[in-house]
Design a protein around this ligand. Structure first.
Ligand code: IPM
Ligand code: MN
Length: 366
């Protein structure tokens, strides 16, 4: 099969982790006899440095022409990087928002899974973590507050800032359908998260989600207020299968969910439109503090590449081969620093490796 893949190495640890994911894809290409074409584009700070803007129209066109996009991470240290002296629309993050909108990537899938081998890294009490959890956060990605009109004006001698939160029925319906479809392939439970006790947009969200639910009688639907959901994620994460929610709630809750796994460096994500096209990226950020040190965990990016093989190219066997290789590497006791056990006894049982070594070890097991 011919696979036309655009890569966005981006900023911080992005280039290092994308290099390892590419290495793994090339191994798949060789073992399974595919033909992969890779092209890099600039986005975020890397693009600002060269073009003065976080994403050019040419880069968008290149991404659009591909079958899928594999991204590392973008952004720098928001306190010290010169990129953050620019106005918001010119900062690295604006590139990411722009590509999501331009490619209509409205459905963001963020799995949060507790890996058995890494249970010791979970910050929750043992009586909670031993039950395990495996949830999928479905975040609406091109609407809501992040894309509403915004402005800062002077009124009565002081500044006033306005952001707008808008959702239409069709925007809610298409993400809800994706959520229920995914739930049908999992444990058939959807928790729709909103703030319907206060917000109109949430009340419309609830109404449309209930309408969509009628087409999926096998799926159990429950509604949960977002503040309660934030509590439940640390109290009893095992109760969740699919969490379906709007853009900002999903941004915040997915970070929380990934943190309770204790291994944000392990979590992949996919941003999809209504075709097979997708942008795949690790859930973690650009980690500028450890960039260039060769210690970042490439597994989330490698697992994102596996997601890409599964969702965009329907290559289930190849995707599983990557996932199994990752599992085997963990079983064999290899860890990057972020997933090293904290206690001395635990450390003696495992071997700490760097970014490149981790990529090599996974390739060897494919
Ligand atoms: C994410 C990031 C982005 C977001 C930023 C960089 C705009 O935090 O993918 O979660 O908030 O969507
Ligand atoms: Mn975020």
């Amino acid at each position: 099969m011919k696979l036309n893949i655009v890569c966005i190495p981006g900023d911080g640890i992005g280039p290092e982790i994308v290099t390892e994911a590419k290495k793994v894809l090339k191994k798949i290409e060789a073992v399974y006899g595919h033909e992969m074409q890779f092209e890099d584009i600039l986005m975020g700070g890397a693009s600002i440095d060269v073009h003065g803007v976080p994403l050019t129209d040419e880069a968008i066109a290149t991404a659009k022409a591909a079958d899928a996009v594999l991204m590392g991470s973008i952004g720098g240290n928001t306190q010290t990087s010169p990129w953050y002296k620019l106005e918001p629309s010119k900062r690295p993050e604006a590139g990411l928002l722009k590509i999501r909108k331009a490619l209509n990537l409205f459905a963001n899938l963020r799995p949060a899974v507790l890996y058995e081998e890494l249970a010791a890294a979970c910050p929750l009490k043992q009586e909670i973590s031993e039950k395990g959890f495996d949830m999928m956060i479905m975040r609406e990605l091109t609407g809501g507050l992040y894309f509403g009109e915004r402005k800062t004006v002077e009124e009565n001698g002081e500044l006033k800032a306005v952001d707008t939160l808008t959702y239409s029925e069709s925007e809610i319906r298409r993400i809800a359908i994706k959520g229920f479809e995914i739930a049908m392939k999992r444990r058939k439970k959807v928790t729709s998260v909103d703030k319907a006790n206060v917000l109109d947009s949430s009340r419309l969200w609830r109404k449309v989600v209930e309408e969509v639910a009628k087409d999926y009688p096998e799926v159990t639907l429950e509604h949960m207020l977002v503040d309660n959901c934030a509590m439940q994620l640390v109290k009893d994460p095992g109760q969740f299968d699919v969490i379906l929610t709007e853009n900002m709630f999903g941004d915040i809750l997915s970070d929380e969910a990934s943190m309770v796994t204790g291994s944000i460096g392990m979590l992949s994500s996919a941003s999809l439109n209504d075709t097979k096209f997708g942008l795949y990226e690790p859930s973690g950020g650009s980690a500028p503090d450890i960039a260039g040190k060769g210690i970042a965990n490439p597994i989330a990016t490698i697992l994102s590449a596996a997601m890409m093989l599964r969702y965009t190219f329907d290559l289930d066997e190849e995707a599983s081969a990557i996932e199994k290789a990752v599992k085997k590497v963990l079983e064999d006791g290899y860890r990057t620093i972020d997933i090293m056990p904290q206690d001395e006894a635990g450390k003696q049982k495992v071997t700490q490796v760097g970014t490149k070594e981790m990529g090599d070890l996974i390739c060897e097991r494919i």
